[in-house]
Each structure stands twice: as structure tokens, then as C-alpha cells.
Design a protein around this ligand. Structure first.
Ligand SMILES: Cc1cc2nc3c(=O)[nH]c(=O)nc-3n(C[C@H](O)[C@H](O)[C@H](O)COP(=O)(O)O)c2cc1C
Length: 218
């Protein structure tokens, strides 16, 4: 399952994700590890055509501001992964066909509360933690959904919401300020898609990334 996982950026628009499959994905997300078992991640689940349209309208440039194809990627693509470099129109057209979007939100305050409990008693998570685990844990939930999608014969892709679109996303769906949209998992039955430029990069081998016993030894 791990070896078969890949990001899918085009979906069969005529095959919605059945409710039991959606619920299973969300249960898989709940199986993710989290610091202190805080389970601080929350999800905005968008399925109806109207809700999905609202999402895309909030998070991508309006038609009149969209750059002419092909030079620049759409804002949603540009946010985190410019190297993917699929022409803007094609990327967005495929992604808009996803019948299910799960926006994954981290919630710092849940961790502050949890780590204030007697068994933790850690009152300074912002400076004591090398990285904000609330974001990390939210990434884990997304990965659980990406993997469960493979198991269910579904396709999925993780992508970011550009910083300058987060306000519009909050306004459109009533998301409170304490919740940060770490990324979105699009889900649906896979349709043929294009190999992104990023995948022309060779996959790094274990010897490239693993240091055996000492940083100098591979
Ligand atoms: C943090 C993160 C952000 C990403 N952002 C995007 C994105 O905005 N658009 C996109 O098409 N893919 C995005 N991706 C997917 C990567 O391009 C993809 O994982 C990578 O090219 C390897 O391909 P694979 O996952 O299919 O093996 C993102 C992945 C991660 C982990």
C-alpha cells in the first residue's frame, strides 16, 4: 500500500465517494499519532458541488485574475509545491473534479490545554518544542487518509492553501482564527492524470538520507 501511494490530481467526476468510504477515511485520520494524544486536528469536509465551488472560489484566483496558461501555477499550487509545475488550468481542472475535499486544521490551543494537564505540566510548548507539533500531527492525519485512500481504491492528493487565501476560506466556512489550515486532501476515484515535474526528480535512496551511527557514515 505504501509503495502504491501517489498523489492523484484528476478524478472521475461521475463517481462520488460513498459515505461509508468517506467515514472510513476520517476514521483512518483519527488513528494518527499525536503529541500527548491531544488529537487536536479538526476537519472541514466538503462534498456538495456548492461547497466545493465555494472552496475553489475562495482559495484560487478568480477567472479575471487567473494568469494566462501556461506561465504561472494557480495560487493553490504555488503555495507549497511550485516544483509540481503542471500548467495551471490543467491542475485546477483535474483537482476541481474531486468529489471530496477534506481541509485539515491544526489547533495550537488544544496542545496548550493538553500540556497544561497534570500528567504533562508543560507550560511553554512554544519555546520548548523544536517544531510546532500541532502542525506535524495534522500532517500525520493527512497521511493516514492518503494511505487509506489507496486501500479503498481511491485517489487522493495533499495540497496547501495559499496564505493570502486563508482569510477567504475562514469567511466562507466560518472557521475560527485559532485553527490553521495545514493542507487539503482531495479524494475521488482516479482518472488519468499527468506526471508532475517534481517526479522527474529521482527518489533519494536510503544511503542518501540515512546516517548510520554517525553523521559522517551512510
Ligand atoms: C507539504 C506538501 C505540500 C504539497 N503541495 C502540493 C501542492 O500544492 N500541489 C500539488 O499538486 N501537490 C502537492 N504536494 C504533492 C507533492 O508534489 C508530491 O507528494 C511529490 O511530488 C511526490 O509525489 P507522490 O506523492 O505522488 O509520490 C505536496 C506534498 C506535500 C507533502
Amino acid at each position: 500500500m505504501i509503495a502504491r501511494r501517489r498523489m492523484v490530481r484528476n478524478y472521475d467526476p461521475d463517481r462520488p465517494v460513498p459515505a461509508p468510504a468517506r467515514d472510513r477515511l476520517l476514521r483512518a485520520a483519527q488513528r494518527a499519532p499525536s503529541a500527548g494524544f491531544t488529537q487536536g486536528t479538526e476537519f472541514l469536509v466538503l462534498e456538495s458541488p456548492a461547497d466545493r465551488e465555494t472552496f475553489w472560489a475562495a482559495t484560487t484566483p478568480a477567472v479575471h485574475e487567473a494568469p494566462p496558461e501556461p506561465p504561472a501555477p494557480p495560487a493553490a499550487l504555488a503555495s507549497a509545491d511550485q516544483s509540481t509545475a503542471i500548467p495551471a488550468g490543467r491542475w485546477l481542472a483535474g483537482m476541481r473534479r474531486a468529489p471530496l475535499l477534506v481541509v485539515c486544521f491544526s489547533h495550537r490551543q488544544a496542545y496548550a490545554d493538553r500540556y497544561g494537564e497534570p500528567d504533562k505540566h508543560e507550560d511553554d510548548i512554544d519555546t520548548r518544542w523544536q517544531v510546532p507539533y500541532w502542525h506535524i500531527d495534522t500532517g500525520f492525519t493527512a497521511l493516514m487518509m492518503l494511505l487509506d485512500a489507496v486501500d479503498q481504491g481511491l485517489g487522493a492528493c495533499f495540497f496547501g492553501v495559499p496564505t493570502n487565501r486563508v482569510g477567504a476560506l475562514r469567511d466562507a466556512f466560518g472557521v475560527p482564527g485559532g485553527y490553521t489550515p495545514v493542507g487539503v486532501v482531495s479524494v475521488g476515484y482516479p482518472a488519468p492524470d499527468h506526471r508532475p515535474a517534481s517526479l522527474h526528480r529521482p527518489r533519494r535512496g536510503v544511503a542518501d538520507v540515512a546516517h548510520l551511527g554517525h553523521w559522517s557514515r551512510r
